[in-house]
Design a protein. Structure first.
Ligand SMILES: [Zn+2]
Ligand SMILES: [Zn+2]
Length: 104
């Protein structure tokens, strides 16, 4: 009797700690169309929700430790730390300040 109840409680706790939705979806990601730059300076365009991207030229992972370098329409690289659904990054170059997210 007690064992069964403990087992049930344990199972319930496990489900609460690991909701399948969180496991299936990356927590931090870029949303929309972006130009991302790899460590070697290659640019790729990604669309929709992106949390992982391997450079199309050299195969390097563009997303590192929750950070990614996005390129603004004027070609300035901006390293950003992703925070959940990242939909907007303003270029950090003082006389640019353009939205780095691209229009489709
Ligand atoms: Zn590359
Ligand atoms: Zn810029």
């Amino acid at each position: 009797m007690t064992t069964t109840r403990r087992k049930a409680l344990f199972l319930a706790a496990t489900v609460v700690l690991m909701p399948p939705v969180l496991l299936a979806q990356p927590r931090n990601y870029l949303w929309g169309t972006w130009v991302v730059r790899c460590a070697k300076g290659h640019d790729d365009t990604v669309t929709d929700g992106t949390a992982q991207h391997k450079c199309e030229k050299c195969g390097a992972q563009v997303f590192r430790n929750g950070k990614v370098t996005v390129v603004c329409p004027n070609g300035h690289p901006n390293e950003v730390t992703l925070h959940e659904r990242t939909e907007s990054v303003i270029c950090n170059v003082a006389d640019c300040k353009k939205e780095c997210r691209r229009k489709k």
